[in-house]
Write a protein that binds this ligand. Structure first.
Ligand SMILES: *[C@@H]1O[C@H](CO)[C@@H](O)[C@H](O)[C@H]1NC(C)=O
Ligand SMILES: *[C@@H]1O[C@H](CO)[C@@H](O)[C@H](O)[C@H]1NC(C)=O
Ligand SMILES: *[C@@H]1O[C@H](CO)[C@@H](O)[C@H](O)[C@H]1NC(C)=O
Ligand SMILES: *[C@@H]1O[C@H](CO)[C@@H](O)[C@H](O)[C@H]1NC(C)=O
Ligand SMILES: *[C@@H]1O[C@H](CO)[C@@H](O)[C@H](O)[C@H]1NC(C)=O
Length: 440
């Protein structure tokens, strides 16, 4: 037991029992899933500022996106991290061995850009790679991690996305934690987004999620997401298949990352955009958009800025939802649940993976989903906030779900007090008779 007293161990055990996961990267960040904007999916490695000045990776792009994240209301809905992905750097380090930005595309340097982003009330993120080169072939951090961490801190970076291209997978268990240590040594809290489990999976190596959670604030599990429904559902199915391996490791301080929201681009229909938003909410996923924030269709913007769905995503309990019921015999229909606050409540998503036809008629009881409370639940449709009614756990709930769409419900437990239904937190809920007796 070393230096720890019996009392200390007991206290530690009590703390660990009262929250789902007791250990995470100790930088005080990502207590709820991070929200923001990232350049990759939409802007890729476009470095052609001569022919495509509007869309090339440059300080102009980052400034314009920051402006629109504010003027279009995204920041005020919680999207705060503005992160440049690969292709920001010059092809060589400077004479002191430090990373430096491409001089033509970032003529004022990264610190000035970071200041600009901060002046907008946003946070600033950057990209690196623990191998010899980044995925697009720019200088990697191999043998330079300590210096690079300090350079990022000097630039007042708030988030580092650390990739793993051009590295030996055997180095990952040392490489990713080394960066954690060096970031910590700078004294600046920097949210650490890593791709460790994704590269493990690519190499057929089983991930140690205890170690990953101790190392990173969010971690990519699967392929880069693409702007298509096939890609979105591919990620969801990967999460279904590997649920036991990593779901329980999500929680305040560290999150499974199914990659960016592709909403607001070209590949998803309206229903598919709602489906991605609802699923990323139920999965407690980081909400990182990759779009041109200055040009978003109103209907996509309203999905991204839906307060009720964001509230589910950002729920303080930080529990990642799971697939509860599959009605495959009828259609490819999945029902997901996620415990949320107020205590005893649930978010429910019915996801219809059927490709054609009209809306699917669905029915289920809350008991089917292991959601039980003697006096029932107050159900609200989450996107619109429409009141659906009070449902006993064994009452049949019916709804229609569009193909490649979702129906999302928030269920809050209620109980009778003086013959009136009221919300009662689950852990305090007692029968109405008992409550009556207590009052006398
Ligand atoms: C560095 O790690 C220590 C110990 O885990 C922690 O207390 C401290 O807050 C960390 N500092 C930063 C900047 O992450
Ligand atoms: C997983 O990582 C943790 C924390 O680093 C370590 O204690 C544990 O031994 C590792 N488990 C395996 C199977 O390697
Ligand atoms: C409920 O759905 C099942 C299929 O899961 C179907 O067989 C049944 O007819 C439906 N019942 C009602 C009342 O809609
Ligand atoms: C049920 O939820 C609706 C919102 O959908 C709310 O207006 C109403 O007060 C709630 N009823 C109870 C008994 O909690
Ligand atoms: C539902 O539950 C109530 C009591 O909780 C019971 O009286 C009723 O018979 C149940 N209904 C069905 C269809 O099981």
């Amino acid at each position: 037991m070393g230096r720890h007293s019996y009392l200390e161990i007991t206290l530690l055990l009590l703390v660990c029992l009262s929250i789902p996961i007791c250990q995470s990267l100790n930088n005080g960040l990502a207590l709820t899933p991070p929200m923001g904007w990232l350049s990759w999916q939409r802007f890729r490695c476009n470095t052609d500022c001569v022919n495509d000045p509007e869309n090339c990776i440059s300080e102009q792009l980052i400034k314009r996106q920051s402006d629109c994240l504010v003027s279009e209301g995204y920041r005020d809905h919680g999207y705060e991290y503005v992160t440049i992905d690969d292709c920001w750097s010059a092809t060589e380090r400077d004479k002191d061995g430090k990373l430096q930005p491409d001089p033509d595309r970032f003529p004022n340097g990264i610190k000035k850009l970071s200041d600009y982003v901060h002046s907008k009330g946003l946070k600033f993120g950057i990209y690196g790679d623990f191998g010899s080169k980044t995925c697009a072939g720019y200088p990697g951090s191999e043998y330079h991690m300590k210096l690079d961490a300090q350079t990022f801190a000097d630039w007042e970076v708030d988030l580092l996305k650390f990739d793993g291209c051009n590295s030996d997978i055997k180095d990952a268990p040392k490489g990713y934690p080394a960066m954690t240590k060096y970031l910590n040594m700078t004294g600046r809290p920097i949210l650490y987004s890593c791709e460790w489990p994704f590269y493990n999976w690519q190499h057929g190596i089983k991930s140690n999620f205890t170690a990953i959670r101790n190392t990173c604030n969010m971690w990519r599990n699967h392929w880069d997401i693409q702007d298509s429904w096939q890609s979105v559902t591919g990620v969801i199915q990967y999460f279904v298949k590997n649920d036991k391996q990593f779901r329980s490791f999500a929680g305040p301080g560290g999150w499974n990352d199914p990659d960016m929201l592709v909403i607001g681009n070209y590949g998803l229909s309206y229903d598919e955009e709602r489906a991605q938003m609802a699923m990323w909410a139920i999965l407690a996923s980081p909400l990182i958009m990759s779009l041109d924030a200055c040009n978003v269709r109103p209907r996509s913007k309203s999905i991204l800025q839906n307060k009720n769905v964001i509230a589910v995503n950002q729920d303080k309990l930080g529990i990642q939802g799971s697939l509860k019921l599959v009605q495959e015999s009828v259609y490819k229909l999945q029902i997901w649940t996620r415990p949320i606050t107020p205590h005893g409540s649930y978010a429910i998503v019915i996801l219809n993976l059927r490709k054609g036809g009209g809306p699917s008629a669905v029915n289920f009881t809350l008991t089917d989903l292991d959601i039980y409370n003697s006096d029932g639940y107050n159900l609200t449709e989450t996107f619109d906030g429409k009141y659906l009614g009070i449902y006993k756990s064994n009452a049949t709930f019916k709804c229609k779900v569009n193909p490649s769409g979702v129906y999302m419900i928030t269920a809050v437990p209620v109980t009778y007090v003086d013959n009136k239904l009221r919300f009662v937190p689950r852990n305090e809920s007692i029968s109405s008779e008992k409550r009556q007796n207590d009052r006398i």
